[in-house]
Write a protein that binds this ligand. Structure first.
Ligand code: ADP
Ligand code: ADP
Ligand code: ZN
Ligand code: ZN
Length: 855
């Protein structure tokens, strides 16, 4: 990488001057940080990095922005609160790219989020190859999310609901009167429909299978809804006579065929029970018109380089780029057309293709080349999503802006971090400032300037230990970061020298196929700690997070305990019980000792919950104990307040205005909705009577506001201590007990789940599957977490984890390295063995980085 063009120490460069920053734990920080530079904020978890970078610098920029665009926002800001800082000078407008804290919109895809999809539609519209005589379509005609483009049969959903005959009539030996038409309504409405059939001349007393076929078809499938005279409680013969004689009927009723009845009920009934019953007679099938491709046939008929737009959007971005690059070759002519294209068409094609390639390049550079344009952003990891947004920012060609990033290296293999640094450098060199919270030592070393916060977490932190260029950090004696950056690893790190465990048995996965993994056979040692490595997109999550638990469950009847109860991330529309999404299945089988694989605990980075009603205390079960302690105080007993009174989910104790949310949504014209503290309870979530109860001088709201570490010092209850110690052990001492779950990053969510698991103690026969457990952790915190994982293995359990930090990989017993590349160029085992064996493997892209960590 090139050296920075100029020294950030250059006094001519601007400075951001922060004075008296006291947000959260910050100790009235005064700080001058360069502009137009890459500045890394470092320090252990909870030291105050985010409070400074996001909570102070970004928040202040945001506040000024709101004030400038909307004068009425002044009042609002006084509700939302401004950062606690005396002054900040020299602050440019800021753009924050935090780790994603909650899922994106279900319809958003890589193509739409990066706007590449728009250009691609233009490309198909203008220079696609149309069938003979077909009119030219507009760009909107190529989008399944527009009325013009969507397949008219399935409205762009790709699936249609069908009501198969076998479900409508499960038993054709019954007569209509006996209920042959099972899908028809029961009770009164069903009787009315049967009575209409009599008036219409049907025989409802012969077995259904004896009803003539054309009659059967009309009853089942007609879309007509005739008005039919209904004579109740008369013999069929009498009814027929009455109809023939034109006798005044009891009333007229609307007839509905069985299928229309089911479909209309499903689509329109207000009763959830009715909709559910209707759904039980339906199946969801691929749309016969578009074959599940969701576009109208005219649009699917337009080709570019031999592919329709849906095919192109399903290809890995690497391959899309290869297809498009060919278009820029001098002798290119559009495929599928006879002769040569008109010069103006060639020109348009090349211009649009150049545009798409320019947009693709930073995305591919950031290790995302294995994604496809049609991939839902809700299925991306938080690291992938942040990098995708970063790549989009580079393209927006903003300048004079501060980008504030949260651990941009999350989820990146060391081989990919070089391209990350290239992107960050590009942003800087085009006139921007990049501030980032970071833990990866390799990335920190490349920053122009380092702000190290500490020395400890929470009240033990919050001070700037060092601010300057890398070398100067050597002399910051209080800094934990310094030890990791400059000291030989084994001198100070208090690492236990361990012998690699060989494992006492193994679990094998045989002929596994899923995503880019094809016919893979691989074994993992049991009673050992295995790290699965490989560049981004090589197949690590596919193997560890998806294939492993599924195959163990299917082949060995293992019980998988997903520590993310109730938060299925699959983008299935909840109101549609038939929609299964497009979940691909894992092919293959597993072999291993059943008795050692009974319990599998999968601890993922999935969010804990989407509502702010779930928080660290409620999730871990700690809150139950705390509420019991409050209910046991003499004052609470005197007032007969039970433990449930202290739950903000129960009406008796909570604030009636916000119903225990603590916040109210404030709608802002043209601006994103903000959450402001509830004006009644001030954010405490409780009503005044509940808050009157104190435990050693603190209300239940005071307790929820405490950090885990502070609570550990304050509580004396042994059971509360056990919960808190587990949280501290996974590096979460800094989070507040009441921190709402949606505000936790993926890494934090995973560690909360891990803490609950650690607290449950040793069962000795558990297989833990972890997804980059050290993401978001300072090296010192990562070491502590690693010690815990080793402890689990010492107790007889097995740990298999996806991991990028080579310091941690070097401490594993076994390494499985996937690759060699990403997407179709990955999905195989490149090297496996002890860290030493993998480090000396010439084919592995992980090897040189692992070798360096083993030194
Ligand atoms: P870091 O980014 O270094 O991990 P943070 O800035 O997130 O640390 O946290 C620093 C301190 O501020 C911690 O003690 C934490 O509990 C506290 N803190 C963070 N966010 C909040 C919040 N929203 N409300 C109250 N305290 C907070
Ligand atoms: P890693 O964990 O090593 O970064 P993944 O297992 O996430 O890699 O991805 C491996 C390959 O599978 C990539 O080509 C990726 O695009 C593809 N893939 C992953 N998840 C999905 C999905 N939900 N749908 C389609 N393809 C996917
Ligand atoms: Zn369709
Ligand atoms: Zn309230």
């Amino acid at each position: 990488m090139d050296a920075p063009a100029r020294s950030p120490l250059d006094p001519d460069l601007g400075r951001v001057r922060v004075r008296g920053a006291r947000e959260h734990n910050l100790k009235s920080v005064d700080l001058d940080i360069p502009r137009d530079a890459l500045v890394a904020f470092t320090g252990i978890s909870g030291s105050g990095k985010s409070s400074l970078a996001f909570g102070t610098i970004y928040a202040e920029s945001q506040r000024r922005y709101f004030e400038s665009v909307a004068p009425y926002a002044r009042r609002l800001m006084s509700q939302v609160g401004s950062p606690d800082v005396d002054s900040i000078e020299g602050l440019p407008p800021a753009v924050a790219l935090p780790q994603q804290r909650s899922g994106g919109s279900a319809r958003s895809t890589v193509g739409s989020a990066t706007t590449i999809a728009n250009v691609l539609r233009m490309l198909y519209s203008r220079v696609g190859t149309y069938p003979e005589g077909a009119p030219m379509l507009l760009a909107e005609d190529f989008s399944m999310n527009t009325v013009q483009g969507a397949c008219p049969t399935c409205h762009g959903l790709g699936r249609v609901h069908d009501v198969p005959e076998a479900l409508m009539v499960p038993d054709d030996s019954l007569t209509i009167r006996e209920g042959a038409l099972a899908a028809w309504p029961t009770a009164w409405h069903g009787k009315q429909l049967r009575d209409s059939l009599i008036s219409l001349g049907y025989d409802i007393d012969i077995p259904w299978r004896d009803v003539p076929r054309e009659q059967q078809e009309w009853v089942l499938f007609t879309d007509e809804s005739p008005q039919v005279p209904v004579f109740t409680d008369r013999e069929p013969a009498e009814v027929r006579k009455a109809v023939a004689e034109g006798v005044e009927p009891r009333y007229m009723s609307t007839f509905q065929g069985v299928r229309s009845f089911v479909l209309n009920t499903f689509a329109g009934s207000k009763s959830a029970r009715m909709r559910e019953r209707a759904a039980s007679f339906m199946v969801s099938v691929r749309c016969p018109e578009c074959g599940g491709r969701r576009l109208k046939p005219e649009a699917l008929a337009v080709m570019f380089e031999g592919r329709d737009i849906v095919e192109l959007a399903a290809m890995p971005l690497d391959d899309v780029a290869a297809v498009l690059r060919a278009v820029l070759e001098p002798d290119w002519t559009p495929r599928g057309t006879s002769g040569t294209a008109a010069p103006e068409q060639l020109l348009a094609a090349r211009r649009l293709v150049t545009d798409v390639l320019a947009r693709l390049s930073p995305i591919i550079d950031l290790g995302l080349g294995s994604l496809s344009l049609d991939r839902a952003t809700s299925t991306l990891s938080s690291g992938e999503l942040q990098r995708m947004r970063l790549a989009t920012q580079v393209l927006s060609q903003l300048f004079g802006v501060v980008f504030v990033l949260d651990e941009p290296s999350a989820g990146l293999h060391p081989a990919d971090t070089e391209s990350l640094l290239r992107i960050l450098t590009t942003l800087r060199d085009t006139g921007n400032t990049v501030y980032f919270v970071e833990h990866s030592l390799d990335v920190i070393r490349q920053a122009d300037w380092i702000v190290d916060i500490g020395p400890g977490a929470g009240t033990e932190g919050g001070a700037v230990l060092y601010s300057g260029e890398l070398e100067g950090l050597r002399d910051a004696s209080d800094s934990v970061t310094r030890r990791y950056l400059f000291d030989a690893p084994d001198v100070e790190l208090e690492r236990v020298a361990r012998t690699r465990r060989p494992g006492d048995d193994r679990v094998e996965l045989i002929d596994v196929s899923r995503h880019n993994v094809r016919d893979l056979t691989v074994a993992f040692p049991l009673g050992a700690l295995t790290a699965v490595t490989g560049v981004s997109g090589s197949g690590k999550s596919t193997l560890v997070v998806q294939a492993l638990p599924e195959l163990l469950q299917a082949s060995l009847a293992a019980e998988v305990d997903e520590h993310a109860s109730g938060t299925d991330e699959r983008p299935a529309a909840p109101e549609d019980p038939l929609s299964q999404g497009t979940v691909s299945v894992t092919i293959g089988r597993a072999r291993g000792p059943k008795e050692r694989l009974r319990r599998i605990v999968q601890v993922s980075q999935r969010p804990i919950g989407r509502t702010s009603r779930s928080n660290v205390a409620t999730y871990t079960g700690l809150f139950d104990r705390v509420r019991a302690l409050f209910a046991a105080t003499p004052e609470a007993r005197g007032r007969r307040y039970s433990a449930s009174r202290f739950s903000f989910n129960v009406a008796a104790g909570r604030c009636p205005t916000c119903k225990g949310e603590g916040t109210m949504e404030v709608e802002l014209l043209f601006l994103p909705t903000v959450h402001a503290p509830c004006t009644t309870c001030g954010g405490s979530r409780y009503n005044p009577e509940t808050l009157e109860i104190e435990l050693d001088g603190k209300s239940i709201a005071d307790v929820l506001a405490m950090s885990v570490s502070d609570a550990r010092a304050w509580f004396t209850d042994v059971e509360v201590h056990r919960h808190l110690d587990a949280l501290i052990d996974v590096g979460l001492g800094y989070v507040a007990l009441g921190q709402p779950a949606p505000q936790l990053s993926g890494g934090e969510a995973q560690r909360v789940k891990l803490a609950s698991e650690l607290r449950r103690g040793q069962r000795g026969d558990t297989l833990y599957l972890l997804d980059e457990p050290t993401s978001g952790l300072h090296a010192a915190d990562a070491d502590r977490l690693l010690a815990h994982l080793h402890h689990l293995v010492d107790g007889g359990s097995t740990v298999i984890m996806v991991e990028h930090d080579m310091r941690i990989v070097a401490e594993a017993d076994w390494v499985v390295d996937l690759g060699p590349g990403s997407g179709d160029a990955g999905g195989t085992v490149v090297a496996e063995g002890t860290p030493e064996q993998v480090a000396s493997d010439g084919a592995s892209r992980t090897a040189p980085y692992l070798a360096a960590a083993l030194q």
